[in-house]
Design a protein around this ligand. Structure first.
Ligand code: BGC
Length: 730
């Protein structure tokens, strides 16, 4: 009888659980945000302690357990951010070498930011999210949104900008796109992972103002505007506390202040203790080197709970965050989107983004666009013309179906009437440097005279020479910072030789972070920045050189004349000493430093030319006096006064000259990218909420708006702002 009662109660319990789960997960479609949160809570109530703890740590390199008893499958993560990483074995970094996992290679993060176009970020996120879904993934480990504090940072290619407003607009578009596919984005690396040197040990200190105004806004926008479902804690420490165990960062700012409901996961192997992680805000530990049961958040956590050291309500909260993410991604729902992999639409998206990202830095004598009908011979020079950038040696790359190199793009698009010859011009030779990282290599700077002579001779007998210079993923890579911004392998000598052999030389830069373009600027009449631009990069570049694409990209960071002009380097605040780095430049990062200190860069933030010309005619605000809750509405008129239709990005900066506290010379507050036909005059509208003019007061620990006069200036780059108007804040 007892046995019967037991069996019966088990049966009833199962029916009850089934009923609860059904109720919980059947109402996915309900529009109320908080429904998922409440349902996650009711599901957590059904879980055993073991099941809850199983949710809080990885069970293989890229997965965590889910709740098998209730039908919630494993949570599968994938890198990001520039394409879906190939399938790895469960417990090693080795790829499975499948034939079914090739994906679209999208332009790198800096390229996306160079489009200055929210719609491109949305398109990017939507396409990459669809690919993640089609490969059965639940969390895409991206976007990477850290501020570009120094161009030497090896992960600059994954990041967006030196400016928090540009960075946060791109962040929001990317995340909304990804998550529209029932896939969670994972915004990373939270926070201050601005260098790779000693990234696993260094402790960053900085002013609260710099933290809030410069380094956190993209993360804050990810949470508050894009409702991101997960955040990855960075490897480094802040103020002595690991980011994955940082109460101030994770509990106080992210969860309490910003109201983040989702999952805080560690970076791979970035957790350092059970109690630190459990109590200070980490929800999911991902690691690589141990047995999964031995992770800090696995058996040791179970022991700490049983010993009463970690309160159960904290475990419940963590489990709730994870179940919430699963509900948001509809992991048990038949209506979940399926996604598509490597479709022509996605390659077309990669093409569109690439073509809007290319920056024309210089165009003397209007060499570009090329008038192909008048050209018989073109010399394509430089190893960057043939280099592929989808795959990386260390970290997350993309195995892609195809990647059109610049040389291939030029050959395909320029037609048969023009002869195209190629010369490498330099040799990629690396020197090992194991003091930095095992297997680390650094490029040599020595020119190869024979290859340079060959290239110059080819340039001499050609009508046009196009020299490709820059870096590669052996130079700009995860876990490795560059040592300087010099062009490697004697490429400056190559530029000089080719320019003296042929005055119609175009220099094309294929790189992610700033490189020294002083030589190029001295000798070459034309300079183009073309990034690691994804599967369609070569086609987009060729179309831009031909004028089928009118360039509209603008630099998302400042290109200095020399590395010491960058704040962190000028102040000797990189890469730190004794595993400590203090951001002594404070809020003066990027152009904020250059402009405030009156240092002239080689190419300013926000700079990029077009084949046409734009006249900035007028600007006005809807009124002249505002209060804190108001929005400033700005209308400007711009005329396309040249011969080509084209996009122009109108950038709007604010300045407050009479402030008693330090204010940067100017700060980007709004921008918009519009298509203007040749000869057309367009009115553009921008809105700046007065609250966006606030600074972070460290004494009150609040955002505060200084009252009084402000000037607003609009134009085509941070250094070219012809339209001005004054406003007053009461
Ligand atoms: C990187 C993360 C990445 C993870 C998984 C870490 O080394 O810092 O950005 O998502 O590996 O590949």
């Amino acid at each position: 009888m007892k046995k019967f009662l037991f069996v019966r109660s088990c049966f009833l319990q199962k029916i009850f659980i089934f009923f609860c789960v059904f109720l919980s997960i059947s109402s996915f479609a309900q529009p109320f945000e908080d429904n998922d949160w409440l349902r996650a809570d009711s599901i957590v109530k059904l879980l055993t302690l073991d099941e809850k703890v199983a949710l809080l740590h990885g069970n293989s390199m890229f997965t965590s357990t889910g709740i098998p008893r209730l039908g919630f499958p494993e949570i599968k993560t994938t890198d990001g951010p520039t394409g879906i990483r190939e399938e790895m074995y469960r417990d090693s970094w080795q790829p499975q070498q499948l034939t079914t996992d090739s994906a679209t290679f999208f332009p790198i993060g800096t390229a996306l930011a160079a489009t200055w176009n929210y719609d491109m970020a949305l398109l990017y996120g939507t396409a990459i999210g669809s690919e993640a879904r089609s490969r059965g993934k639940d969390i895409l480990l991206g976007p990477g949104v850290n501020i570009i504090r120094t161009p030497l940072c090896g992960r600059t290619f994954e990041y967006f900008s030196e400016d928090p407003w540009l960075g946060s607009r791109i962040t929001v578009g990317y995340i909304r796109g990804v998550q529209s596919n029932d896939v969670a984005a994972c915004v990373k690396h939270f926070a201050l992972n601005n260098q790779e040197t000693h990234r696993g040990e260094i402790s960053v200190t900085l002013s609260e103002r710099a933290l809030r105004e410069i380094y956190l806004p993209s993360f804050e926008a990810a949470v508050k505007e894009a409702n991101v479902y997960s955040v990855m804690a960075a490897y480094n420490k802040i103020n002595g506390w690991w980011c994955s165990e940082n109460d101030y960062l994770l509990n106080k700012i992210l969860k309490q202040e910003w109201g983040f409901k989702g999952v805080v996961m560690s970076d791979w192997g970035g957790t350092h203790s059970t109690m630190g992680a459990a109590l200070n805000g980490l929800d999911l530990e991902m690691a690589t080197s141990k047995e999964c049961n031995e992770f800090y958040m696995a058996n040791p956590l179970l022991d700490s709970i049983k010993a009463g050291k970690v309160p159960l309500n904290i475990i419940n909260q963590k489990a709730q965050c994870i179940v919430w993410l699963m509900l948001k991604c509809k992991t048990t729902d038949k209506s979940r989107k399926h996604g598509e992999l490597a479709t022509s639409e996605h390659f077309n998206a990669a093409y569109q983004i690439a073509s809007q990202s290319i920056v024309l830095l210089k165009n003397k004598r209007n060499i570009l666009p090329l008038n192909i009908s008048k050209i018989k011979k073109i010399a394509v020079i430089g190893i960057n013309a043939t280099q592929k950038n989808a795959e990386v040696k260390f970290g997350a790359g993309v195995k892609t179906n195809y990647e059109i190199t610049s040389l291939e793009g030029i050959r395909k698009r320029f037609g048969n009437n023009v002869e195209i010859n190629y010369a490498p011009g330099c040799f990629a030779f690396f020197l090992p440097d194991s003091t930095v990282r095992r297997h680390a290599v650094f490029p040599t700077s020595a020119p190869d005279k024979k290859l340079i002579d060959e290239a110059a001779a080819l340039a001499h007998k050609s009508d046009i020479a196009i020299v490709f210079v820059g870096t590669s993923h052996l130079i700009e890579a995860e876990a490795l910072d560059r040592k300087n911004i010099s062009l490697p392998f004697g490429q400056d000598s190559l530029i000089k030789a080719v320019c003296s052999a042929n005055r119609n030389t175009i220099v094309v830069v294929i790189a992610a972070g700033a490189v020294d373009l002083t030589t190029a600027n001295t000798y070459a009449p034309s300079i183009v920045w073309a990034w690691y631009n994804g599967s369609e990069g070569g086609n987009a570049l060729a179309d831009m050189l031909l004028g089928k694409v009118n360039p509209s990209g603008k630099m998302p960071y400042t290109i200095p004349k020399k590395i010491d002009d960058i704040a962190a380097h000028a102040l000797n605040a990189f890469p730190g000493e004794n595993l400590k780095v203090h951001y002594s430049e404070g809020i003066l990062v990027g152009y904020r430093w250059f402009d405030t200190k009156k240092i002239k860069p080689l190419f300013p933030f926000g700079y990029g030319l077009s084949y046409t010309t734009f006249d900035y005619l007028s600007i006005r605000t809807d009124t002249s006096t505002y209060q804190s809750g108001d929005s400033i509405k700005i209308a400007g008129t711009i005329k396309n006064s040249g011969k080509y239709d084209g996009y122009e990005t109108i950038e709007l900066y604010s300045s407050k000259k009479d402030a008693e506290i330090l204010m940067p010379e100017k700060e980007l507050r709004a921008f918009t990218k519009v298509w203007i036909k040749a000869g057309e005059t367009k009115e553009v509208n921008l809105t700046v909420p007065v609250s966006h003019l606030a600074y972070f007061n460290e004494k009150t620990m609040k955002w505060e708006i200084l009252t009084g006069n402000y000037s607003l200036r609009a134009g085509s780059s941070s250094a070219d702002l012809p339209l001005k108007c004054a406003i007053f804040i009461k």
